[in-house]
Write a protein that binds this ligand. Structure first.
Ligand code: AR6
Length: 166
């Protein structure tokens, strides 16, 4: 199955779609969201504003503008509240929604960051397990896609390598 983890700044990847770890207002922000908006240019924020937000656990598609990627899929991960507020299901929903949008757009390759594991504080090991399991299930159900997990640091990469080897 074409599933891999690499250490990379997601904004540099020439795939059909990169996924953003956005907020429900789609207003831009820090972390990977800030990096994507800086690299894509101001047209991205204008396109996001026109979408009028996105519920947690879902995703929305825009063009990639100045990015090497054709599209940005803005997924809104849950804020970690201890695990009893449906966080795992909401995080899985982000991965499923992003893959569905990729299919609808006719895309084949996609790169994901570790959604919710930064300022939203989702435990990175659990998040990696959910990401890999959810993507594997979705590909088994809906057909192959070329999926890259873009890990910003070595610790994140080793979590994904462990999940992908399991
Ligand atoms: N490429 C790949 N991964 C990155 C990059 C990059 N250029 N930059 C950071 N990461 P976060 P969240 C990793 O905080 O927890 C924003 O303000 C980072 O190391 O970006 O979902 C939004 O607007 C971490 O592993 O996203 C929201 O308000 C992962 O990306 C909020 O933060 C996610 O960290 C979303 O929080």
């Amino acid at each position: 199955m074409p599933l891999r983890a690499v250490r990379a700044d997601i904004t540099t990847l020439a795939v059909d779609a990169i996924v953003n770890a956005a907020n429900f207002g789609l207003r831009g922000g820090g972390g990977v969201d800030g990096a994507i908006h800086r690299a894509a240019g101001p047209e991205l924020l204008a396109a996001c504003r026109a979408l009028g937000g996105c519920p947690t656990g879902q995703a929305r598609l825009t063009p990639g503008f100045r990015l090497p990627a054709r599209f940005v899929i803005h997924a809104v991960g849950p804020v970690w509240q201890g695990g009893g507020a449906g966080e795992a299901a909401l995080l899985a929903g982000c991965y499923r929604a992003a893959l569905a949008l990729l299919r609808e757009a006719g895309g084949q390759s996609i790169a994901f960051p570790a959604i919710s594991t930064g300022v939203y504080r989702f435990p990175p090991d659990r998040a990696a397990g959910i990401a890999v399991a959810t993507v594997r299930e979705a590909l088994a159900r809906h057909g192959e896609a070329d999926v890259t997990f873009a890990c910003f640091d070595a610790a994140t990469l080793s979590l994904y390598d462990k999940e992908l080897a399991a």
